[in-house]
Design a protein. Structure first.
Length: 289
């Protein structure tokens, strides 16, 4: 039985999503909570996540799933002693109640929703897209100390129009090796579906990026390249040339993690979930020219 979790978290004190020995991670905390509620009915299920956020990165719309055995599902909804014939609660409600009761002592993580996943659902491979936002306060926006843990402060005024125009040139199916931290055996081909900049009512610069998936550090590198354009240190047209070169460069800086938030993950209709997962598992390649 597959369970979907919708999750929000403040990534400030975490070493990222993925569990790591001796480090505090979001996955580790949630799996520890599952281990507690399933302590008599192991093994503890592993979480599969839509986007493995790095250390310091936040999320408002993270999605994960895990699988329960029939025995585990039955055990979770068994009435407790002394409750008589009180009806069994729905399984998602009971998981939400118990896990949230544990996470209340870890206020950086909040379960937004727990549901039974439809057939074919895979939090990672069924996703059509992920959306991230990056918050950046230049001198026009000012620096709000109450937002310091999710906003990067910049000491100079940035050219919003130049940054937005440069961002638009990167949209499409491309090899983003220039803007990714390489991982052995992993492709850097991605479809960047949308990339734009705006100022919010407080003047804070907001970068919004949506792609079928992002490789390691890709969002922060793309934002950093646009910041170099906004500073006047890099021509907007240079971003495409850098992408074509497919090589890491020192012409821009990868931005700090704390300004970045995973805001939403999009999925197809239920009937298309399994097909989407199968398509995503195939290695991404650029079309032949």
């Amino acid at each position: 039985m597959r369970i979907r979790l919708d999750i929000a978290y403040d990534g400030t004190t975490f070493a990222g999503w993925a569990k790591q020995p001796e480090l505090r991670t979001v996955q580790g905390e949630i799996e520890d909570a599952l281990a507690t509620i399933l302590r008599r009915h192991g093994p503890v299920p592993d979480l599969v996540v839509a986007g493995r956020t790095d250390a310091g990165v936040h999320a408002r719309g993270q999605v994960a799933h895990f699988d329960l055995t029939a025995e585990q599902a039955h055990a979770l909804v068994q009435p407790r002693r002394g409750t008589g014939n009180k009806p069994k609660p729905p399984l998602p409600v009971e998981i939400y109640r118990r896990v949230s009761g544990i996470l209340v002592t870890k206020p950086e993580i909040v379960l937004k929703d727990v549901t039974l996943a439809p057939d074919g659902f895979d939090a990672r491979f069924s996703a059509l897209w992920r959306r991230y936002e990056y918050r950046l306060a230049d001198t026009l926006a000012g620096h709000d100390p109450s937002q310091r843990l999710r906003t990067t402060w910049h000491p100079n005024e940035l050219d919003l129009d130049a940054m937005d125009a440069a961002a638009a040139t990167l949209v499409g199916l491309h090899d983003f090796a220039t803007y990714c931290k390489p991982r052995a055996g992993a492709t850097t081909v991605r479809t960047l579906q949308d990339f734009r900049w705006r100022r919010d009512p407080d003047g804070v610069l907001i970068a919004s990026l949506r792609a079928d998936a992002f490789c390691h550090s890709m969002v922060r590198a793309l934002v950093g390249a646009c910041v170099a354009v906004g500073e006047g240190k890099l021509a907007g047209s240079r971003l495409v040339n850098l992408r074509i070169e497919r090589a890491r460069t020192s012409e821009f800086k990868v931005m700090q993690a704390h300004g970045l938030t995973l805001t939403e993950v999009g999925y197809p209709e239920d009937a298309e979930l399994a097909l989407r997962a199968a398509e995503t598992r195939a290695r991404r390649e650029l079309p032949e020219e």
